[in-house]
Ligand binder design. Structure first.
Ligand code: A2R
Length: 320
């Protein structure tokens, strides 16, 4: 008998096909009566898969008592209560590394779109202004820019490598300094924000990084400063961000993530100095395929070999 798998959130057809080959699949959004499910088919559910956005509701985690593993389709797993899962000896896996380049490219795309005013210029032509009013004002160069990274892990270092191609002066802030890094380490985030033109946020979400980017950090970036967030909306104090952009105390922003997705503060819609994308950091066909394959691999390996490929650090002691 195939083990039961509860699928939470959106997955690709390729993932659905692979899961169906190894598991009895139950889709949370197709379950009409959750209490009835938990008392019947739910008893056979030994695995769950979810996305970084959807996570696992605590109630499900508490009531699906046969679950042994949760495979997260994404690198960020702040929407899963990992402490609770680990206390129940449930292994949690995620998809590190396979999305590094894509998220790094998204960060650079936002930085470039903001600096070169891509959307303003595009609209200018579409509205027929070029022939009527002539050229648009000059924009800002990315090449040679001083850029600070908040977070210097797998993705942060991929961003740094791409910025090198633009001869940017790269520095970073994290809790710990990396040995042998070619980039300058700032133990203090505000000091780094004072010294750079653009700050790119690429830490995990969750309580420990909540509102790391404060009003003070944005003040330090200043009226010519640019904030790019490809991490989690929770890392930036969004009310302070909106206020700083409104007052001109912060120059511009490129935002892929928001505090309460899919809600985005509407005042941002009116700002030409802001570029908005709907959490598309890793959302290409190629990268989502690699992430999906790893999400499947973790589950299939667990049930066939008793091993997983990419456990989250908090549950390494649970895996052999
Ligand atoms: O602080 P450290 O030395 O552990 O460095 C990590 C940094 N970080 C922080 N920096 C400052 N204050 C904090 N409270 C803090 N917490 C973590 O974030 C490290 O440099 C970086 C995380 O790197 P990785 O664990 O390799 O994550 P990865 O794969 O780069 O992904 C980052 C996030 C995901 O969790 C998703 O939320 C998003 O990017 O896609």
């Amino acid at each position: 008998m195939k083990p039961g798998l509860l699928i939470i959130g959106e997955i690709t057809p390729r993932m659905a096909e692979a899961f169906a080959a190894s598991f009895s699949c139950y889709y949370l959004d197709q379950i009409a009566d959750i209490d009835q499910f938990l008392a019947t088919d739910g008893l056979s559910v030994q695995a769950m898969t979810t996305s970084g956005h959807d996570g696992v509701p605590d109630e499900i985690l508490d009531r699906l008592t046969a679950v042994k593993i949760i495979s997260n389709y994404g690198v960020g797993y702040d929407a899963i209560n990992v402490d609770k899962a680990v206390s129940k000896d449930i292994i949690v896996t995620h998809t590190p590394d396979v999305l590094n380049e894509e998220v790094a490219t998204t960060a650079l795309m936002l930085l470039m779109a903001v600096c070169r005013e891509l959307l303003v210029n595009d609209r200018y032509i579409r509205e027929g202004n070029w022939s009527k009013k002539g050229n648009t004002p000059l924009s800002r160069a990315v090449d040679g820019m001083a850029v600070g990274l908040l977070g210097y892990g797998r993705i942060g270092q991929a961003i740094a490598a791409k910025l090198e191609a633009f001869s940017c002066d790269v520095s970073y802030h994290a809790r710990t300094e990396r040995e042998n890094s070619p980039h300058r380490y700032y133990p203090d985030l505000v000091s780094m924000a004072q010294d750079v033109t653009a700050l790119i946020v690429i830490t995990p979400g969750g309580a420990s990084t909540n509102h790391l980017v404060t009003d003070e950090v944005m003040e330090a970036l200043g009226p010519d400063g640019i904030l790019v967030n490809v991490a989690r909306g929770s890392v930036v104090d969004e009310d302070a961000l909106v206020a700083a952009l409104t007052d001109g105390r912060l120059g511009a922003a490129g935002l892929d993530v928001f505090a309460a997705e899919p809600h985005v503060p509407e005042v941002l819609f009116t700002m030409d100095n802001v570029v908005l994308t709907p959490h598309i950091g890793s959302a290409t066909i190629e990268t989502r395929q690699a992430m999906g394959d790893l999400t499947v691999e973790n589950l299939v390996r667990y049930f066939s070999e008793g091993k997983v490929t990419t456990p989250v650090p908090e549950c390494k002691h649970l895996v052999s």
